[in-house]
Design a protein around this ligand. Structure first.
Ligand code: TXA
Ligand code: MG
Length: 316
């Protein structure tokens, strides 16, 4: 079983030896390894049971570092980075050859971000390589937002998990790339659409993939093991009956259901707080003696957009 602690030195020694380490970021916990070592990168895919057509995000210590792994930084990318880094924004940019093919699933671009967590930044500044770092969950399952979540699922495979407390944002980074010089959002996340538009104006949004998936566009994801059904909760309760059901709502309480089988993401209806609580709530419900989770979409603004994206993928 992995040791959980706050020892940056220990974490960096494990990474230098080619081992993987669980690390905190402001979004979710990551499964980190030397991004420039193809053997280490292969280990990340195998431990997560992740298909190699789903590329990884490279984590770097600062904007200045970007030039060592990408060939070109469009003006808009620089604008976004200077405003949102360190923070929950990932940029997809043309990659340099030092980036192993496995990281990018053979794409000519690489996804990069500077994480906004003090421990992650301290660690990155100590290392002389960037970190490949997907969310530290088995492929397809709910992302971890505490060190304990990481240990529960990947504990057997990791010598060390760096504990940075519960994640402040709770939902993965927003991913933006550029196609014919135009900005495109590939994944809604911890930076809202409104905040991005405020910096760079109009931006298009890549629809979620269905059927055959291109690298980076995996659809079914973030899913609990219990069957998640999205809809109007009172209607669902009437249709299926309240037996063996758990409920996840933004703020509404349901008298038809025992209190212990329902979770409100944010009793005051705050979407930022709701995002922070989303994945841990799904995990709690997943551990209950129920067969179904009923959930409802939240208002689609602010972080609500990313919450709804995760709900839709978890339910599909
Ligand atoms: O907040 C986050 O981004 C977290 C923390 C740990 O930093 N990381 C994370 O990584 O969510 P992961 O591996 O779970 O999701 C990375 C996603 C891939 O599934 C893929 O959709 C996208 O990043 N991606 C990576 N490289 C890409 C590329 N070259 N083009 C398009 N999408 C890419
Ligand atoms: Mg993930």
């Amino acid at each position: 079983m992995s040791l959980i602690g706050t020892d940056i030195q220990r974490a960096s020694e494990e990474l230098d030896r080619g081992n993987l380490v669980g690390i905190p970021t402001e979004t979710v916990y990551g499964l980190a390894g030397n991004a420039l070592d193809p053997k280490v990168v292969a280990k990340i895919f195998s431990i997560k049971n992740r298909p190699t057509f789903d590329p990884l995000i490279v984590h770097i210590p600062s904007f200045r570092y970007l030039n060592s792994i990408v060939t070109e930084v469009p003006v808009m990318a620089e604008q976004l980075a200077s405003h949102f880094w360190p923070g929950p924004l990932t940029l997809v940019l043309p990659r340099k050859d030092v980036v192993p093919d496995l990281i990018t699933s053979g794409l000519t671009t690489v996804a990069v971000r500077v994480p906004g967590h003090p421990l992650a930044l301290k660690l990155l500044n100590k290392l002389d390589y960037p970190l490949a770092c997907p969310s530290a969950n088995p492929f397809g399952y709910v992302s971890p937002t505490t060190a304990e979540h990481v240990r529960q699922q990947l504990g057997g495979d990791l010598p060390y998990i760096l504990n940075g407390g519960p994640c402040k944002i709770g939902i993965e980074s927003t991913i933006i790339g550029f196609e014919s010089q135009q900005p495109v959002i590939y994944r809604p996340g911890g930076i809202s659409l409104e905040a991005i538009k405020e910096q760079i104006g109009e931006v298009s949004i890549k629809p979620r993939a269905s059927g055959v998936v291109a690298p980076g566009m995996s659809n079914s994801h973030y899913a609990p093991r219990k069957t998640l059904i999205l809809g109007n909760i009172p209607e669902l309760l009437e249709e299926y009956g309240p037996k063996k059901v758990g409920v996840l709502s933004l703020k509404e309480h349901f008298n038809q259901i025992e209190d212990r089988y329902q979770i409100q993401l944010s009793p005051k209806g705050d979407l930022t707080e709701a995002a922070r609580n989303l994945f841990s709530s799904l995990r709690k419900l997943d551990a209950m003696p129920i067969t179904h989770i009923f959930a409802e979409l939240v208002p689609n603004h602010g972080l609500g957009w990313a919450i709804n994206d995760r709900f839709q993928r978890a339910a599909s």
